[in-house]
Design a binder for this molecule. Sequence first.
Ligand SMILES: C[S@@+](CC[C@H](N)C(=O)[O-])C[C@H]1O[C@@H](n2cnc3c(N)ncnc32)[C@H](O)[C@@H]1O
Length: 314
Amino acid sequence: MQTQRHQSVLTDKVLEYLLTKKDGIYIDATLGDGGYAEKILESLDSNGRVIGIDLDPLALINSKTRLKKFGKRIQIIRGNFAEVERIVREEVDVKYVDGVVFDIGLRNEHVEDPKRGFSFKRKGPLDMRFDIDQKKSAFTVLNKYPADKLSQIFKNYCDLRETNKLIFNILKARSVSPIGDTLKFTEIVMISYPKKLWNDVIPRVFQAIRIEVNNEYENLKSGLYGAVKILKTGGRVVVISYHSGEDRIVKNYFLQESKDCICPPRMPVCRCGHRKTLKVLTKKPLISRADEIEKNPRARSAHLRAAEKVEVLQ
Ligand SMILES: C[S@@+](CC[C@H](N)C(=O)[O-])C[C@H]1O[C@@H](n2cnc3c(N)ncnc32)[C@H](O)[C@@H]1O
């Protein structure tokens, strides 16, 4: 199936906040189709390099072709950004970098290719894996998880509280035969909520399953931690997220890392010994312009936050 090439969002802002040195080394932790990496490499001089990481081997096929023209200035690695520190230090043999960017949404192909199982509108297998070699898929979550775990997922990953009927219908359907495809699951969500809520609830429920399948929140936390460790003083971390749960993780992490002490407020003296590692560059998240949203509806929910590594005083 031929799908439309992924349209990167907020690219100008990514370049503005990420790039501090023309001959620097930058990590694109979610390389995807290579949209950001291409623009970054075009903005650097002939000594500037990009290391691109992605879990999805199908994305890497596209980015390899697109970025071939940059020769040795681009290095592409299949891996999980949760391990960015290890990948950069052990696989690439680089100790510190000038910037790391995370663009943590879906690629067009994930949504448009029904075989990937991300779409609630097109029939496909219940898959939703970024890493196609991973065992756990949406099928596993929907057919094997007990009721209390499903309830936690819907509560934590899409702020859905009224889930008893949905969980009852999932358990009922799978007691007859496994829930086998995306449209079957959409039907289950539909019979669990009044029609007026479908447009809101269906995407949110699919999002929650996807977050669970790909361990997205934990990966993001580890990725941010690793990125800050490998940044040089003055280096930048830029994150584009697409829903409030992810944005909250980034906001809280940046806030925590911009403080010298993170003891609970009632503690009379500092016991944590925490030292600030970041200066926040975006007080509020940056969002897309109206003309960008018109051309690319995915841009509507994009939020960009950026921070700069500071000298860590002991
Ligand atoms: C929105 S796309 C990136 C698009 C890219 N910025 C561009 O301009 O073409 C997000 C990518 O992140 C990848 N991804 C998601 N979770 C990941 C993880 N934990 N580690 C590495 N890549 C991940 C997905 O496979 C997907 O290709």
